[in-house]
Design a binder for this molecule. Structure first.
Ligand code: NI
Length: 161
């Protein structure tokens, strides 16, 4: 396992549409474990492949440090409700902003062994899935932000989920 370099807003790799993962190769397995390591090291709850420079439809999420999820070729099946809250992104360091998203999401994806699963999520997990899924289409949360981006103080950052 190794830490990967997190790409930052302004780099074109973050603005491109990603291609599906065709099969699990040793390279993809290594990418997934590197992405978890990189995400945990940076104190994030989600990380998408383009954020480490790989244009594939793959992201990882762990909202509470105990439930790591791998999403490969995800497909949003359903959304409902609404939640408004603060959001940040490892590719936009030191900043946060208010984003309104659906409160509920039903998503179909493949896991790290290419087994299909369907997950229903609410609140933070739903927000994370939609945020990461946007990355696969080259969309950053900053394009959804209501009002100005704010600076995150270090203290606030450590309190973020
Ligand atoms: Ni992000």
């Amino acid at each position: 396992m190794a830490l990967r370099n997190i790409r930052e807003a302004g780099e074109s790799v973050l603005e491109k549409k990603c291609k599906p993962v065709k099969e699990i190769t040793p390279k993809i397995t290594e990418l997934i474990s590197d992405m978890f390591e990189t995400m945990y090291d940076a104190g994030g709850v989600g990380l998408a492949a383009p954020q480490v420079g790989i244009l594939r439809r793959l992201f990882v999420i762990d909202c509470d440090g105990e439930h790591p999820y791998v999403f490969i070729n995800p497909e949003i099946l359903e959304t409902s409700g609404e939640q408004t809250g603060e959001e940040g992104c490892l590719s936009v360091p030191g900043k946060c902003g208010i984003v309104t998203r659906p409160n509920y999401v039903k998503v179909k994806a493949f896991d790290g062994e290419m087994k299909e699963f369907v997950l229903e999520a609410e609140e933070l997990l739903a927000r994370a899935i939609l945020h990461e899924n946007d990355h696969l289409d080259g969309i950053l949360y900053t394009s959804h932000v209501e009002g100005p981006l704010q600076d995150v103080s270090y203290e606030e950052e450590t309190e973020e989920e």
